[in-house]
Design a protein around this ligand. Structure first.
Ligand SMILES: *[C@@H]1O[C@H](CO)[C@@H](O)[C@H](O)[C@H]1NC(C)=O
Ligand SMILES: *[C@@H]1O[C@H](CO)[C@@H](O)[C@H](O)[C@H]1NC(C)=O
Length: 131
């Protein structure tokens, strides 16, 4: 009796915060990407992100394609920046992706899978998820 009640309480306690995080936090999440500097803002755009969906830098965002030099990622998100469209990458040792957590980043000096990289002007698609 006691353990069944405890289990139910534990389950509902665990379920509520995680669904709030997924629905609430990400629904309104966005990143900033700039073709010039971020401070002062030069060629910056705000990009709305939906968890794990791929954003091509086409259409309204085409001015950013192969031109992103600074980005700002909000805390709680982790974003992957891809050289290729459609969030494709070449494999675990590829230098064609950069993964960035919350912060303001100069793309000309970011940590890639194999070491520091100049990823300025390289981004063609982006995918973000909760961290
Ligand atoms: C992104 O672009 C690629 C190549 O043009 C296309 O095949 C794909 O459907 C696009 N994906 C999205 C999410 O728009
Ligand atoms: C990084 O690459 C961009 C685009 O190719 C280039 O314009 C820039 O000078 C490079 N920056 C550094 C620090 O090497």
């Amino acid at each position: 009796m006691f353990s069944a009640k405890f289990l139910l309480a534990a389950l509902s306690f665990a379920a509520v915060p995680s669904s709030l995080t997924l629905g609430g936090e990400l629904a309104s999440s966005s990143i900033i990407a700039c073709t010039g500097t971020i401070n002062p803002p030069d060629g910056c755009a705000t990009i709305s992100v939906v968890s794990a969906s791929c954003i091509n830098l086409t259409g309204d965002l085409s001015s950013l394609n192969n031109a992103v030099s600074w980005v700002q990622v909000p805390d709680g998100l982790v974003c992957t920046f891809f050289q290729d469209r459609d969030c494709r990458n070449g494999g675990v040792n590829a230098d064609d992706v950069i993964v960035l957590e919350g912060g303001t980043w100069d793309m000309s000096d970011v940590q890639g899978i194999g070491g520091p990289q100049n990823f300025s002007g390289q981004t063609s698609s982006i995918s973000c998820s909760p961290r």
